[in-house]
Write a protein that binds this ligand. Structure first.
Ligand code: HEC
Length: 317
């Protein structure tokens, strides 16, 4: 038993030490000048109830979801007129209104900013009154990507500057889709912008559970192929990154847990959802250790599979 424990712990400890180092090496070899590319207009801010808060330009701010009245009061004191959230959760439209601020809800996922949503973001930022605060949940990944697209569209940021901003904001390289969108984004033409309707929604409807399940199922199908290939990218689908697929599945469960759907479905559903999220997170952790942890991944995969079935049995009619 002691031997088994040590065998399991050692790779975990090693990964903790080596993974950050590998990332650091990649960054420094691939992009030695990234630091210099950070736009000089960016500076960090502090506020109660807002994490990872930055001013990016005269008109654009970025950060986490404002928590509590003090956070909205801070935004108001800075003159913010519009908040754009790219998070899946329903925004606190009322709290913003009390401080004379209007919300716009243009959500997207962790796999990247769809082109039509990127164009809407730019149009919203250009046409709605500023300054504008852009946020997601923690202000680390999707929010900074949304703000980057906006700054490329209206502040003339280059792709290098936008990518440097993501690194500064702490956007995890685990979300290559966000980096890819930002690195490849071309500011929309005047014509493309003109075609976007100006009726930006204060809240966007959360997709029905069945639609979220279809996305969950798609990630799980990818993971089945990955498992069959011994936890490597499958030959039929060589672009699939095992750990990344598990991470995106985990994020889908997390976002569902924060949605009104989970609230309405009640405690048993929420408990089963929490289990599924935990198993997806553990599968992600084991897939980071491949090929040393095939057995552990097998067990995680099986438990995840069981959580799908358990919830369907109780809650799917
Ligand atoms: C916490 C509960 C819960 C968990 C966990 C869960 N599901 Fe579901 N799933 C549901 C419910 C409820 C429905 C029915 C939704 C409806 O039809 O409105 C559903 C529906 C589905 C559907 C049918 C979608 C359609 O086209 O109508 C698929 C496919 C699916 N789930 C896959 C999965 C997979 C794969 C997993 C695990 C990786 C999983 N689900 C985990 C609750 C859950």
């Amino acid at each position: 038993m002691k031997f088994l424990t040590t065998k399991w712990i050692l790779p975990v400890l090693l990964s903790l030490v080596t993974i950050p180092r590998l990332h650091a090496q990649n960054l420094s070899t691939n992009a030695p000048d990234q630091r210099d590319a950070v736009p000089a207009t960016i500076h960090p801010l502090k506020a109660t109830g807002i994490e990872n808060f930055y001013q990016l330009s005269g008109k654009i701010f970025s950060g986490s979801s404002p928590e509590g009245d003090a956070a909205f009061a801070d935004l108001q004191a800075r003159g913010i007129k519009t908040i754009i959230t790219v998070d899946g959760a329903k925004p606190d439209v009322e709290a913003a209104r009390r401080h004379g601020i209007r919300y716009v809800h243009l959500p997207f996922g962790y796999d990247g900013v769809p082109t039509n949503q990127a164009i809407r973001l730019v149009k919203a930022a250009e046409t709605l009154p500023g300054p504008i605060f852009v946020h997601c949940h923690h202000g680390l990944h999707r929010g900074p990507a949304g703000a980057a697209v906006i700054c490329m569209g209206m502040e003339g940021w280059t792709p290098e500057e936008a990518v440097s901003w993501l690194r500064l904001a702490g956007t995890a390289t685990n979300y290559p889709g966000l980096y890819k969108t930002v690195g490849a984004f071309h500011p929309p033409s005047a014509e493309a912008l003109k075609a976007v309707p100006e009726d930006f929604p204060e809240t966007s409807p959360v997709p029905p559970l069945a639609d979220i399940m279809v996305q969950i199922d798609e990630r799980f199908d990818h993971l089945k192929l990955i498992k069959k290939a011994g936890y490597h990218p499958p030959a039929s689908n060589p672009d699939l990154d095992p750990a990344h697929e598990a991470l995106l599945l985990d994020e889908l469960f997390k976002e569902l847990a924060r949605s009104p759907i989970a609230e309405k479905r009640g405690a048993d559903f929420q408990g089963k959802l929490a289990r599924a999220e935990q198993e997806a997170s553990e599968l992600h952790a084991s897939l980071m250790l491949v090929p040393t942890a095939d057995l552990k991944a097998d067990a995680s995969f099986q438990r995840l599979n069981d959580t799908c079935a358990a919830c369907h049995k109780a809650h799917r009619n």
